[in-house]
Design a binder for this molecule. Structure first.
Ligand code: ATP
Ligand code: MG
Length: 385
């Protein structure tokens, strides 16, 4: 008997002319996450298999595969010969010895002497005899299901569990986006959602060093690392906006601080995205969540972006839905660390909730917009993750 991991991918989008493109991206992404683990990864009959790995690395491999978008499910299976005594032995190894169960058989080898129903019935009978009294058949609501897959060339796979994959599309099949990554809860989730649809995600973080400290930066680096587990790596760019906040603070109406700063962020982000080959901006904004996330606030930010689309995957989400996703992707514990990103510095007591474009532009005219942006670009740092 050999322990193997069966890896299944979503079928729908793999049909048609693009199939090869999606499959290659998926295979690359799987190979990448398995780097450093001694194992083989092969494709067979529309599924993938991980083989030849050390028993104690099973959980580690599964954890890594769970983060690959495009995978539908995984199963840790025993591969054995397809004679009934061997199948029984494998079934005993994968299933509990008490509780209710049923057997489901899939017969890929149509020449196998028994039909799938016959295999299920016979194996069920043998298991009942083996664990007399402790096991019971329940075909409607069993506590576990023994899965038998009869393959060609006298091979059978036996397993008891479908482990849910990340679903979505393989990263690398839907272009590249520039995520505005703060240290908060929302933006990592927004990046995760776009990666789930197959997008490569690079990150841009604005800081106000020395008003914000090094721990705030480390937190963002950590968040980028968490996101990178799903994207197969990312590039994190950090830019200082301290001088911009100081200029706004000095010359403009305090209630417009956030609005004006956000417009600088979007201008810088678009220019930077274009230089990096990113095709859109991604933010973690959610309608009405805070004063700057009204439709007027979003309009004001969008109006300084020349031609890239601004994707806001969380726009219709409640905070608790976002938190749920943050927990699931493993970012929450880091996101709630108390270090502040730049937006909390110089925060006005009463920010404008529905800023008017004419007021904004009047305030902005007091600033050397191009000079401030140029200075910001001089502070840019790149961290490869
Ligand atoms: P988050 O939880 O993502 O920090 P938030 O609820 O704190 O969001 P805002 O501060 O209004 O909301 O930020 C809205 C979005 O603007 C963020 O989701 C992020 O995409 C972007 N953003 C905010 N601050 C920064 C920053 N310092 N660097 C990069 N992007 C930022
Ligand atoms: Mg924030």
């Amino acid at each position: 008997m050999e322990k193997v991991i069966i890896v299944r991918y979503g079928e729908l989008y793999l049909k048609g002319k693009n199939r090869g493109f999606f499959e290659r991206a998926l295979e690359n992404n799987i190979t990448r996450v398995l780097q450093g683990i001694d194992c083989t990864f092969v494709k067979q009959a529309g599924r993938y298999f991980v083989r030849d790995f050390a028993e104690e690395q099973t959980d580690e491999i599964i954890d890594k595969l769970k983060k690959v978008f495009g995978l539908h499910s995984m199963s840790v299976a025993l591969q054995t010969t397809s004679d009934m005594p061997s199948i029984l032995q494998a079934a005993k190894a994968v299933c509990p010895s008490c509780g209710t169960f049923k057997v489901e058989t899939h017969r890929g080898d149509k020449k196998y002497p028994l039909t799938s129903v016959e295999v299920s019935r016979e194996l069920g009978g043998l298991l009942l005899a083996e664990y007399k009294g402790a096991l019971k058949v329940d075909v409607h609501n069993p506590s576990f299901t023994v899965q038998v897959d009869i393959r060609e060339h006298g091979v059978a796979l036996v397993f008891a569990e479908f482990i849910e994959g990340a679903n979505g599309m393989p990263v690398g099949t839907a272009g590249r986006g520039m995520l505005l990554l703060s240290g908060g809860i929302d933006s990592p989730v927004a990046g995760h959602m776009m990666a789930k649809r197959g997008m490569n995600v690079d990150c841009l973080h604005f800081h106000s060093y020395p008003y914000t400290n090094m721990q705030a930066k480390e937190k963002v680096v950590e968040l980028a690392h968490i996101l990178a587990q799903y994207t197969g790596g990312t590039r994190l760019y950090t830019v200082s906006v301290t001088h911009i906040q100081e200029a706004i603070h000095e010359k403009c109406k305090p209630e417009l601080m956030i609005t004006l700063l956000r417009r600088f962020m979007f201008r810088i982000a678009e220019r930077h995205a274009k230089r990096c080959g990113a095709q859109c901006l991604i933010t973690g904004e959610s309608l009405g969540q805070v004063a700057s996330q009204t439709i007027e606030g979003m309009t004001s930010s969008n109006s300084v972006v020349e031609d890239l689309p601004v994707l806001r995957p969380l726009v219709g989400f409640d905070k608790n839905e976002i938190i749920e996703r943050s927990v699931k992707m493993g970012a929450y514990e880091t996101s709630i660390l108390p270090f502040e990103d730049c937006c909390t510095v110089f925060l006005p007591d009463f920010p404008a909730i529905r800023p008017k474009l004419c007021d904004i532009e009047r305030e902005e005219n007091k600033l050397d917009i191009e000079g401030l942006i140029e200075q910001a670009f001089q502070s840019i740092e790149k961290i490869k993750i």
